[in-house]
Design a binder for this molecule. Structure first.
Ligand SMILES: *Cc1c(COP(=O)(O)O)cnc(C)c1O
Length: 359
């Protein structure tokens, strides 16, 4: 490497842990099992045709913010949209913890929390999940340290439902953490909230101005390729966060497609119902596997413990089914993560797992 002005934290950082593998049946990225509806694509394309592409979009994507806020029952002043919620994960560290502040999360976790913390020079604390994959709130609260020292604070990342285990913590526990974490930003990543059978954290976030909810169109909405996510938070946090969002960052394409989706949200509910039915079917089938064990899940995927993740992954791939290995994550030895797909895809998965694909 020639002598370039690149920060040591960047040089020392690994690439994002993902390598594309092609297989006929793709159950490795927790995407929707079905594309965005064709008639809504047509509608969006027709609108796009009529809009000027040579003009910049509005500075803070106000129309989009308003539509998202209306859909989610939130104040537009507290709504911040960006090109994927992963952008917000980095921006919230920039807002609060960059260069010496702290990032506190659980482990295992979504890889970006730790990667971004390291890239941005924050001090990372990861609190292990308990043996049963539940969040250890006592340990999280203990890890906050003394509230008096502003330099020892920053941002807490809590995925709910948890990724990649699919477990769900109670709102009572989150409330306890919210009360204990005054002076921090408490970010609840709700990427998979459509798939849980529990209240979401909006009421809690209304009571605590330091709470930020992250949501995405990449999962239940079937729009991972569009790149659209948003934060719901207090007006005060949103106002500061907006300063870090690149101006005119949301394209006319992203704006129009998201507006069309939000105007026709009906398709999401039927898809979620399918995913919940199929998740239950997969879970019950996997419980009959002689050596694999599924974790109960509140998301659109299942974590499965096997005796040998490399062997199980290769066996599934030989059957045409691609899943994601998670066995390098702490506490997840032998684990694979499989996205709930279409009925046919799930049958193929069960067949490849040696379960015959029955019912
Ligand atoms: C998929 C996912 C996201 C969404 O990321 P986007 O950038 O919006 O696609 C965020 N958090 C978790 C835990 C996820 O699994």
């Amino acid at each position: 490497m020639p002598d370039l002005p690149i920060r040591p934290a960047v040089l020392a950082s690994p690439d994002y842990p993902f390598s594309a593998v092609t297989a006929p049946i793709k159950l490795d990225q927790n995407e929707s099992f079905e594309d965005f509806p064709a008639e809504l694509k047509d509608l969006a394309l027709e609108r796009l045709r009529q809009l000027p592409w040579h003009r910049y979009t509005d500075l803070n994507a106000d129309a989009l913010c308003n539509a998202v806020a209306r859909h989610d029952g939130w104040a537009p002043e507290g709504t911040v949209v960006t090109t994927g919620s992963n952008v917000l994960i980095a921006l919230l560290i920039q807002l609060s913890a960059m260069g010496g502040g702290r990032v506190l999360t659980v482990k295992p976790n979504f890889a970006l929390y730790g990667l971004d913390a390291r890239l941005l020079g924050a001090e990372l604390t990861e609190v292990p999940l308990r043996e049963d994959q539940s969040v250890d709130f006592d340990a999280l609260i203990a890890a906050l340290g003394p509230a008096s020292d502003p330099a020892a604070r920053g941002v807490i990342y809590l995925p709910r439902p948890h990724a990649p285990t699919g477990s769900l913590c109670s709102l009572g526990d989150v409330e306890r953490l919210a009360l204990a974490s005054q002076g921090w930003l408490l970010v609840i990543d709700e990427a998979y909230h459509h798939f849980m059978d529990s209240e979401d954290a909006r009421a809690l976030a209304r009571r605590h101005p330091h709470v930020v909810l992250l949501r995405t169109l990449s999962k239940a909405w079937g729009l991972a390729g569009l790149r659209m996510g948003y934060a719901l938070t207090s007006d005060g946090v949103a106002r500061q966060l907006r300063k870090l969002v690149p101006p005119f960052g949301v394209s006319v394409l992203q704006t129009v497609c998201t507006l069309v989706a939000l105007e026709h949200p009906g398709y999401v509910q039927a898809r979620v119902a399918h995913t919940l039915r199929e998740r239950e079917r997969l879970f019950l089938a996997l419980q009959r596997h002689p050596s694999w064990q599924p974790m109960p899940s509140h998301a659109n995927f299942l974590l499965v413990r096997t005796p040998d993740a490399a062997q199980a992954h290769a066996q599934l791939l030989a059957g045409g089914v691609l899943v994601r290995r998670q066995d390098s994550l702490p506490g997840l030895h032998g684990c694979l993560r499989v996205t709930v797909g279409t009925t046919e895809e799930n049958d193929a998965f069960l067949r490849a797992a040696g379960l015959g694909g029955a019912q």
